[in-house]
Every structure is written in structure tokens, then in C-alpha cells.
Design a protein around this ligand. Structure first.
Ligand code: LAC
Ligand code: ZN
Length: 437
């Protein structure tokens, strides 16, 4: 057992309360014993993976027993005939991906933190990533869950069956429930055939309008990109400083990926994408085929969250979603709310309308920032909702988005959420204060 201050925070940088105890179980039986001990002592219980969550979901905000799944980290089975992987929650996402790829299989969800985040955390948050555009999010791959309810009673839902419509869909409910409904100790994940070939294409545009127009009409050109990411000048400037590398920052970039099962198919899609981008005014197009060329392009994209934080006094991150056709209007509104002291920008998974909005303090003192930031956050989230979108596409509600959940859910729906929580966790001891009060 260890007691560590590090277990108070996650990537939202909210500092929670020091845990009563931090336990790192190595078996499901130990998890059960922890829950029984917590029940006896009437302690709250907060479960965490690698702490890479962005909204404070794993931050303890009451005196709680923290169960860290970091040592429950075995791949139990890669079952090729059944096309599933059975894993413990502490397995690193990128590690599972590498292991299944050796067998010609594919687990697509790829959050930006995939080399450090865990599958249990991905399930808790229903994580997405760039490849969600073609392949969907974590929930689309969870076939089975085993674990415990808060009082230590075991549950087993689904399994290796690829279809299952028996009863209410509790698996889907647990996925994305941010550790508030149950504790997961085993996950069965669907695997699909590994696309054997892929290439990445980066197109540089002079104007945002050209880049967005290209994105908006991509789907009618016989191309199914597995990712379509957008970065603007401010992102590129921050990445250049952060990576200490010169980058051409006077432009807007689309970073797309196409994949398939034959070199010919990928080549055809890439050629179509290249000529389509050029037709739409791309000044430059770069194609990356080798692993080194690909990671050079993705290094810039994947560092953006950290780079923007490093290059501002304060940063608030949102991950709103808008219907794809509204992206241009949404981004222009962000620009209209920016000034020399506060900058609002959007980057990321624009192929599916999932925009990482960053509100950056570049010139305000602490008091001014604390006054203006909530107003700007409110504006950003309300705008997304009013456009028919969502306040979060992949980072969840946790703590930071809790004040805004009502924008998505009327009072009846909020009441249903509270009722669901009360059925699963009548004493409100499981990650209390997250998602809803
Ligand atoms: C990303 C994280 C922030 O896509 O979700 O960079
Ligand atoms: Zn993202």
C-alpha cells in the first residue's frame, strides 16, 4: 500500500483531497476485499487508471479510498478465433494495440495519450481519438465487463459474444460512467482485421475556409479517411516552440489518414485525396508512408494539448462537438471572442466535428482570468449546444463540465441520471460528486 500525493490529480490539474489510503490491487479478489473494507468503514471509493483524464473524473474530492488499477495490468487472452482480447483495466492502450497487431488484428481507439493511458480509464470515459472518425469510440468495442458493484457483489455482463440484446444494455451504461456506477476488473474487447496498409497526408491551406471546405466535402469523393485532424496557426506556433523545431506556421493544416487492406487501395485513396486537396487550393501536400515520416507529422498533432498549455499562463480545455457543417461558424465565433489577452482556438478531430477548444490566458492577471474564464467557457459550451452539438465528445463530464451538464439534459433527464446513480450506488460512495450531484 502506498499513500501518494500524486493520486490527488489528473490531467485536468485539479488538486483533490489526500486519499485515506491508496491501494494498488493485483487481483480481482483484492479489489473485492478493498470494497468490503470501504463498506465497513463507510468510506468513499475512487477508482483510477493512469490519471490522464482531462475533466477531473479520477480526482478524489472527499475523504476516499483510492483504488489504482495500475498493477491489474495483464492481457489475459488474445483470442484469435473469437476475435477478442480479454484484459485487466490497467493495461496501457498502446501496448494492447501493439500486441494484437502482431497477430494481424486491430483495436482502433487511439486517444492522444495512448502510450500512457489505460484501457480501464478509456472504458470509464468512453475515450475516442483521431481514428474514431472511421472506427468509432471505446464503447463500440466493449463486448463484456466483469467487476464489482460498490458493496463488493460481483457482476459479469456480456463476454465473447459479438451480438447481445438481452435486457437493458448495462455494458453501454457502465462505459462512460466515469467510475460512478461500478468497478471494472476485466474487459472483453472486440478486435477487427488490421488494415495492412495506411498512409498519412497533410495538406496546407492558406485560409481556414479552404481547409474547412475540403473537410466538409471529403466524404463524397470515394475516400473514407480513418482520421481528419485540423490545426491552425496558433497551434503550429505553440508546437514549434514546444518541440523546439522550426515549423511553417503561416497556414492551416489538415492531417488525414487513409488505410486499407492492399497497397493499391490505399494508393488510390491517397491519390484521390491529394488531387482533391490541390483542387481546393492546398498550397502544399505531404505524404507520409514510412513509420518515421508518419510520426513526424503526428508528433506535431499529438503534442498540441501540452504545447498550448506550456505556451500560455492558463489554459481551459473543452472538447465540444458540433454537427460537421457548423464547424466553420463555430470556429469564427471563437475568433470573434479572442483579444490580445485571451485567445480562443479550436483544433483536433474536425472530421467528426469534435473540436478541442482551448481558452488561453496570454495576458491577464489571475483575478481577471478567474472572472472572465467561466463566462467564456459558458459561451463556448452554449454555442455548441445551440448548434445541435454536445459539451463533450471524448473527455467526459467529471468535475469540470458538471456545471454545464444541464445544457444537455432537461430536469427530467437529470432526475433520471440521479435515479440511475442511486440504484447502482444507494449510499453515494462511488466516486461521489462526479457527473452529477
Ligand atoms: C487530443 C486530446 C486532448 O485529441 O483529446 O489531443
Ligand atoms: Zn482528442
Amino acid at each position: 500500500m502506498s499513500l501518494n500525493e500524486d493520486y490527488r490529480s489528473d490531467h485536468s490539474h485539479i488538486l483533490g483531497i489526500t486519499p485515506i489510503e491508496v491501494v494498488c490491487p493485483t487481483t480481482a479478489d483484492e479489489v473485492k476485499a478493498c470494497l468490503e473494507k470501504a463498506k465497513e468503514n463507510r468510506w468513499d471509493v475512487v477508482v483510477r487508471g493512469a490519471g490522464t483524464g482531462m475533466t477531473g473524473g479520477a480526482v478524489p474530492i472527499s475523504k476516499a479510498l483510492v483504488i489504482s488499477m495500475e498493477k491489474l495490468n495483464a492481457i489475459l487472452d488474445i483470442d484469435i478465433p473469437n476475435r477478442v482480447a480479454v484484459v485487466q483495466p490497467g493495461v496501457i492502450t498502446g501496448y494492447l494495440q501493439a500486441e494484437v497487431e502482431k497477430q494481424g488484428l486491430f483495436y482502433p481507439p487511439d486517444p492522444a495519450s495512448l502510450v500512457i493511458c489505460t484501457l480501464g480509464g478509456n472504458v470509464a470515459e468512453n475515450a475516442g481519438g483521431p481514428r474514431a472518425l472511421k472506427y468509432g469510440v471505446t464503447r463500440d468495442y466493449v463486448l463484456g465487463l466483469k467487476g464489482f458493484w460498490v458493496d463488493g457483489t460481483p457482476f459479469s455482463l456480456g463476454g465473447k459474444q459479438h451480438k447481445n440484446v438481452a435486457g437493458y444494455d448495462l455494458i453501454s451504461l457502465l462505459v462512460g460512467s466515469e467510475g460512478t456506477l461500478g468497478i471494472i476488473t476485466e474487459i472483453t474487447l472486440k478486435l477487427i482485421p488490421l488494415p495492412l496498409h495506411s498512409c498519412d497526408i497533410q495538406a496546407v491551406f492558406k485560409t481556414m475556409a479552404e481547409a474547412l471546405h475540403t473537410l466538409a466535402n471529403l466524404y463524397t469523393h470515394g475516400i473514407f479517411p480513418s482520421a481528419a485532424e485540423f490545426m491552425d496557426r496558433s497551434c503550429l506556433e505553440a508546437a514549434s516552440l514546444y518541440l523546439n523545431k522550426p515549423l511553417d506556421t503561416q497556414d492551416y493544416r489538415l492531417l488525414c489518414q487513409v488505410d486499407g487492406f492492399s497497397e493499391e487501395d490505399v494508393h488510390i485513396q491517397a491519390e484521390r485525396l491529394l488531387s482533391y486537396c490541390k483542387k481546393n487550393g492546398a498550397l502544399e501536400v505531404e505524404i507520409a508512408k514510412t513509420p518515421a515520416e508518419k510520426s513526424k507529422l503526428w508528433e506535431v498533432r499529438r503534442c498540441l494539448s501540452l504545447a498550448l498549455k506550456a505556451n500560455s499562463l492558463n489554459k481551459t480545455s473543452h472538447d465540444v462537438v458540433v454537427p460537421p457543417a457548423s464547424i466553420g461558424h463555430f470556429l469564427s465565433m471563437l475568433t470573434s471572442w479572442s483579444n490580445e489577452s485571451v485567445q480562443l482556438l479550436g483544433y483536433g478531430h474536425l472530421g467528426d466535428g469534435n473540436i478541442h477548444v482551448n481558452i488561453l490566458n496570454v495576458g491577464l492577471d489571475k483575478a481577471e482570468w478567474e472572472k472572465i474564464e467561466p463566462l467564456l467557457s459558458q459561451n463556448v459550451l452554449e454555442l455548441a449546444v445551440n448548434m445541435g452539438g454536445s459539451i463533450t465528445g471524448e473527455h467526459g463530464i467529471g468535475l469540470t463540465k458538471k456545471p454545464y451538464l444541464h445544457l444537455m439534459a432537461d430536469s427530467r433527464v437529470m432526475e433520471l441520471y440521479r435515479s440511475i446513480k442511486a440504484v447502482f450506488d444507494p449510499e453515494n460512495r462511488l466516486n461521489p460528486g462526479k457527473i452529477i450531484n
